[in-house]
Design a protein around this ligand. Structure first.
Ligand code: NOJ
Ligand code: CA
Length: 566
């Protein structure tokens, strides 16, 4: 008997962030206004119409604040200034005004877990004595061993190597150690210190007053560490959460004492109170945690509004696994009144047009990138699957995040030579993990307009575009039926027309066989064929197909998704 249980009820008049399609701009690679090879805010402003045309609701910007750029802007030295590399505070005001006139909301990145080592607070901490108020802004500790020569505990940096570095005192002797869960240029803040929270209240208010619509919160799962900084008891060189499988929440907190600590909720609630001083703003937490019931604790009504759904992003491209994660997401977030989010690509992973062309057993771990010795991805299959996966995602209720360039079907630039690589992961692991640069290469806008395909007018590019980027240029896809760009536009248009972001959702087992997955959202049937054999298309008006030959055959081929109005 097919099950017709409604998993999500329709949500008329849902708040904007519950249904929004949010487009991530990675500022250094979107569009370059001054031709120096690095994307900037005037570049974005000049290209905003193309995003309005795509049909997105909001933009999330990766950081553009003052930064030595050791981790591409996730190392902030002044939270209230735009880095000159990207423009000025006035450039942002211009951008905000134009976005507003186009009906696009703007979310900015806030990085509360750590600052840059060039931040005035850290410089003051270095100059001050152990035990001082200045040092108490960060996580300074004495080392272990006879002369303090060993790090205070066994924690490892996400980018490779120990999570502790030792400072040298003014007289040249080695001093205390400071914690950095990422690069040594990114010291972790001490969120037990109320002064840190006071400072961040003001940073939030500063940008809220400028008119931003919300914040994406970097490393939301890491802000508070376990009291006493005990050793991690499960040891996974990359500190990935996977190894906590089967543990209770309390066990997981103890095993991984730097992530997902329930002591963080006071800080989150305080963030929320500040945001709620302003109308209609929202938070999205980068809370990299599983399982979902644990993550849902971060999005209770007085905490963050929503969080990224990394379990969905990393889910196998396979019907049973997807069905489970989608159901669990809607149900678990729903229990705390939150809506789910969905995402397939971002600036930390392998672009899904390439990732889905790699056999599951060969898929690198997130953040590691594709190493030159890894098996080559099947890019045609990857793109076909990416289109199918995106169409399947964009029909789901909740909010979806898109990563710049995926609307072009852009593949990962996995061929990048080592000499170009800038991700700290590459240097910290001696190239063993190549890192995330392959998804961060500047976008192609107009084929052959310049060596950078219209990224700017000079042809300069902080990472070189591989030769195959030209054919993905936006101008070659605009108005071209069947292009990935036109597919995205169509999906976003129909999604809005049928109110799918806040629709009534159920699985449609009556339309499924063993290789397909189907659901109905507000009367639209979305069906994806994961198997090798074609299946017959159900009756109804065809709204979207990820392969344009469907009208002729009335069949859904392998790795294809269709939307049908029943
Ligand atoms: C998560 C960000 O998405 C990533 O790019 C960054 O390197 C780390 N947080 C550290 O800020
Ligand atoms: Ca520039």
């Amino acid at each position: 008997m097919p099950n017709h249980e409604i998993i999500a009820a329709a949500r008329p008049n849902a708040e904007w962030w519950r249904t929004a399609v949010i487009y991530q701009i990675y500022p250094r690679s979107f569009a370059d206004g001054n031709g120096d090879g690095i994307g900037d805010l005037p570049g974005v402003t000049s290209r905003l119409e193309s995003l309005a045309d795509l049909g997105i609701d909001a933009i999330w910007f990766s950081p553009f604040f003052k930064s030595p750029q050791k981790d591409a802007g996730y190392d902030i030295s002044d939270y209230k200034q735009i880095d000159p590399l990207f423009g000025t505070n006035e450039d942002l005001e211009e951008l905000l005004a134009k976005a507003k006139s186009l009906g696009i909301r703007i979310i900015v990145d806030i990085v509360p877990n750590h600052t840059s080592d060039q931040h005035a607070w850290f410089q003051a901490a270095l100059a001050a004595a152990p035990g001082s108020a200045e040092r108490d802004m960060y996580m300074f500790r004495e080392g272990k061993g006879e002369n303090g020569e060993l790090p205070p505990n066994n924690w490892q940096s996400i980018f490779g190597g120990p999570a502790w570095s030792r400072v040298t005192t003014a007289d040249g002797t080695p001093g205390q150690w400071y914690l950095h869960m990422f690069d040594s240029s990114q010291p972790d803040l001490n969120w037990e210190n109320p002064k840190v929270a006071d400072e961040f209240d003001e940073v939030l208010r500063f940008w809220l007053r400028k008119g931003v619509d919300g914040f994406r919160v970097d490393v939301a799962h890491g802000m508070v560490k376990r009291a006493g900084l005990p050793d991690a008891t499960i040891y996974d060189e990359n500190l990935r959460e996977r190894s906590i499988e089967g543990m209770t929440m309390a066990e997981a907190e103890e095993a991984v004492p730097y992530w997902g600590q329930s002591g963080v909720h006071d800080a989150i609630r305080r963030f929320r109170r500040v945001l709620d001083e302003f109308d209609d703003r929202a938070f999205c937490a980068e809370a990299s945690m599983s399982p979902l019931p644990r993550l849902a604790m971060w999005v209770r009504p007085d905490e963050y509004h929503q969080s990224f759904n990394f379990d969905y992003m990393h889910c196998a491209y396979e019907p049973a696994a997807l069905k489970k994660i989608i159901t669990d997401s809607i149900v678990e977030y729903g229990k705390v009144g939150a809506s789910s989010t969905w995402v397939l690509s971002n600036h930390d992973g392998i672009r899904h047009a390439t990732r889905l062309g790699i056999a599951p057993e060969n898929t690198p771990r997130p953040g590691d990138g594709i190493h030159p010795t890894d098996p080559m991805p099947d890019e045609a299959l990857g793109l076909r699957r990416a289109r199918a996966a995106t169409a399947f995602m964009l029909g789901l209720p909740g909010s979806s995040y898109l990563y710049q360039g995926e609307e072009l079907g852009l593949p990962e630039a996995w061929q990048l030579e080592g000499k170009y690589r800038q991700d700290p992961t590459y240097a910290r692991t001696n190239g063993e993990r190549v890192g995330r640069d392959g998804c961060r290469v500047p976008l192609p806008w107009e084929a052959d307009a310049t060596a950078s395909n219209g990224f700017n007018t000079t042809g300069e590019s902080w990472l070189p575009q591989p030769a195959n980027y030209r054919v993905f240029a936006r101008n070659l896809q605009t108005g071209v039926p069947g292009s990935t760009l036109e597919l995205y536009k169509r999906l976003l248009k129909e999604r809005k027309a049928f109110g799918l972001g806040a629709g009534e959702f159920r699985w449609a087992e009556e339309y499924q066989d063993k290789n397909t997955l189907a659901y109905i959202n507000n009367g639209v049937l979305v069906i994806c064929n994961f198997g090798p054999d074609a299946v017959v298309l159900p009756a109804g008006e065809l709204l979207v197909s990820t392969q344009h030959d469907v009208e002729l055959t009335r069949e859904i081929e392998h790795d294809q998704t269709v939307w049908i109005k029943l």
